[in-house]
Design a binder for this molecule. Structure first.
Ligand SMILES: [Mg+2]
Length: 347
């Protein structure tokens, strides 16, 4: 792909933003979205009071007694994530997902002003069409774009231009180099290496021993400004799934079959976009009487490139299942392989 500047787009406090779209009365109050008793996402008023993602909800409540806790609405969050990626794909010619709410984008920008214009447009559309704030970082490589999006938060756009890079690279704290673990940072600090510019103060063999060869090479590449600038659109994943909730937010009158159809459609669209074929399909039914989830499974030995086969498979599986009142279900495509790596296909 092109050599122009890249974008890193990252939704701000994503789970919390999705929830607050329908709860405007809570926007200025500290809110945390909770998944499995842990804080999954905290809005900025909550962060200002010291609430962080990853802590136990009870602990967060002690820290901030006025905190409003909301269970993560999984299906709604997933739909918002899908809509966000639809928008990314409309704005870019290549999208490399980082998570369900962040991605590197190649918008085909030939120069900095074009990249900045594309970034503003993406942010405007995310706010207007999806009701969520997306921060955008722009840089020459993926690391620079990612550092820029961190600097852009909350709800902003930040550019790290070519001429700022040299200084930034030299002074970059090891803690900010994405992919370097806490233990490695600690061991480097013991050797007197706290910034990227200091890696040459230790012998190459020592650096390799402490970081591993691949990371040591990567650190040198970052320092030398030859780090990764390619947006790779294919998602290398062995499974993709979509969650749907009946008792949830949008259509309480959906039948399981309708919900199933919608989930299969969503997950197949994601697979198609990622260039992946699937070998199997699993449906997880969540009964509303609290009994254990029921799993229905169809698995082939090799992946089939034609995604149109899966809706019928899913329907058949559901028809064979005992009739149940459900709170929701999950559809998972399994055994995924990049379409262009399938043996013996003409695709
Ligand atoms: Mg984010």
């Amino acid at each position: 792909m092109g050599r122009g500047p890249l974008l890193h787009a990252d939704a701000d406090a994503f789970f919390a933003s999705v929830v607050l779209r329908h709860r405007p009365e809570l926007v200025d109050r500290p809110v945390a979205v909770v998944a499995h008793v842990f804080v999954a996402s905290a809005n900025y008023p909550a962060r200002a009071r010291g609430v962080r993602g990853g802590v136990l909800a009870q602990e967060a409540l002690r820290q901030c007694p006025e905190l409003v806790l909301i269970d993560v609405p999984r299906a709604e969050v997933e739909e918002a994530g899908d809509a966000l990626f639809d928008l990314f794909h409309e704005c870019a010619r290549a999208v490399e997902p980082g998570s369900m709410e962040e991605a590197f984008l190649d918008v085909g920008a030939a120069d900095w002003p074009a990249a900045v214009a594309a970034g503003h447009e993406l942010r405007r559309r995310a706010a207007a069409e999806l009701g969520i704030a997306v921060s955008v970082g722009i840089g020459r490589t993926k690391l620079m774009a990612k550092l820029a999006s961190r600097a852009a938060k909350p709800d902003g756009l930040h550019v790290i231009r070519g001429e700022q890079e040299a200084e930034l690279r030299r002074d970059l704290p090891m803690t900010k180099v994405w992919g370097v673990g806490a233990r490695t940072v600690e061991r480097l600090a013991e050797l007197g290496v706290a910034t990227l510019g200091e890696i040459d103060t230790v012998p190459w063999d020592t650096l390799r021993r402490v970081c591993g060869t691949a990371m040591a090479r990567r650190l040198r590449a970052i320092r030398d400004a030859t780090d990764d600038a390619a947006v790779r659109p294919v998602e290398h994943r062995s499974e993709l799934s979509a969650e749907g909730s009946i008792s949830g937010y949008a259509r309480p009158d959906w039948t399981p079959a309708e919900l199933l159809e919608r989930c299969v459609e969503r997950v197949c669209r994601r697979a198609e976009r990622a260039g992946l074929a699937a070998a199997g399909l699993t449906i997880t039914l969540r009964p509303d009487d609290g009994s254990p989830a029921q799993v229905l499974r169809r698995a082939g030995r090799t992946a089939t490139a034609d995604l149109r086969a899966w809706p019928a498979v899913a329907r058949e599986l559901l028809e064979q299942a005992p009739e149940l009142a459900l709170t929701g279900l999950r559809v998972t495509l399994t055994g995924m392989t990049p379409v262009d790596q399938l043996p013996g296909t003409l695709f």
